[in-house]
Design a protein around this ligand. Structure first.
Ligand code: MN9
Ligand code: PYR
Length: 320
């Protein structure tokens, strides 16, 4: 049995899977990536093989190797490493869950299967339960992302009685803008000490008000430090500073959303900001354009998210 873990809280970076120009996983930069998150962004929790990590575009053996690399390189540096193990095949999901337990990950998360879909709460719970049972000692998180899975079962409904079915259930990663649903997840589970992790970075402040205990997101890879300032302002009840920080983050996200923002663009921005080559995404995604990267860079600079010196020499070439 794993030793009881402290609750997952604060910022969690949804990791990018670095790739070579030929579309192979570039394992060699993950050690540097860990150091960058900890030292430059102050982020000590990661969520591996999720949306941002193109987890569903990797083979099962690739997913296992990526998870292993994060656990190995993150040892004694990161606080918690949560592995997303959702898959369309229950068998594969169980295999990934078991593997996460074997390598000593700190938790697993699962999305709803999204091709042949569960149509009601009970069926979804049954699926999640079978996955969780493959790694019963690992904290289990449900990853609610209805816009991508097409499974619209409300999280509040799903959480009702979930621990009776899934004893290892520890929390929810909520990637949706429905703050009524999110608020009710918190409100109806107050005594249970679950982790309520919000996943829409541009709206995190609203979710903090609603009781979020942490956040998982793609932008914490490069705006971790900035977002921590917002969390700190919120903690000390300085809501006007917190709002200023959120607006500042929103200005950037709003700008890139209008240009077309997704995993490919996250890879390009992270390459630019960190100097670590994240490479192109894998098909069906397409590499971000040079024009996108140039515009994003100018915006980051104008918002003072980066001083020019933060941009490592040659970064632009790496993401062109
Ligand atoms: C759909 C998606 O990838 N959502 C991410 C995580 O849940 C977020 O971190 C977004 O990238 C972010 O909120 C910007 O929209
Ligand atoms: C953003 C997020 O949480 C993910 O990449 O799965």
């Amino acid at each position: 049995m794993a030793s009881p873990k402290k609750k997952l809280q604060g910022l969690v970076a949804a990791t990018i899977t670095p790739m070579t120009e030929h579309g192979e996983i570039n394992f060699s930069v993950i050690g540097r990536y860990v150091d960058y998150l900890v030292e430059e962004q102050g982020v000590k929790n990661v969520f591996v093989n999720g949306t941002t990590g193109e987890g569903l575009s990797l083979s099962i053996s690739e997913r296992c190797r990526v998870a292993e690399e994060w656990v190995t390189k993150g040892r004694n540096k990161l606080d918690q490493i949560v592995i997303h193990v959702g898959a369309l095949s229950l068998k594969e999901s169980q295999e990934l869950a078991q593997h996460a337990a074997e390598i000593g990950a700190d938790g697993i998360a699962v999305i709803a299967p999204f091709f042949l879909k569960p149509w009601n709460k009970d069926v979804l719970i049954n699926f999640l339960k079978e996955v969780a049972a493959a790694a019963p000692a690992l904290p289990f998180y449900y990853y609610h992302i209805p816009a991508l899975t097409g499974v619209k079962i409300r999280a509040e409904e799903l959480l009702d009685g979930i621990q009776d079915k899934i004893p290892s259930f520890q929390g929810l990663k909520f990637s949706d803008t429905d703050l009524l649903d999110f608020g009710q997840c918190v409100d109806q589970n107050r005594p249970r000490q679950f982790a309520f992790l919000f996943g829409v970075d541009e709206q995190l402040l609203s979710a903090l008000v609603m009781g979020a205990t942490g956040a998982v997101g793609s932008t914490y890879n490069y705006l971790g430090k900035k977002t921590k300032q917002m969390l700190e302002a919120f903690e000390r009840k300085d809501f006007s500073s917190a709002l200023n920080h959120q607006f500042c983050i929103q200005r950037f996200i709003n700008f890139v959303v209008k240009l077309g923002f997704g995993v490919s663009q996250t890879k390009a921005i992270m390459t630019l900001v960190s100097g670590i080559p994240m490479g192109p995404p894998r098909l069906p995604l397409q590499k971000a354009s040079r024009e996108f990267t140039d515009n994003a860079e100018a915006k980051l600079k104008s918002l003072d998210f980066l001083s020019c010196t933060d941009l490592k020499d040659g970064n632009m070439d790496a993401c062109s």
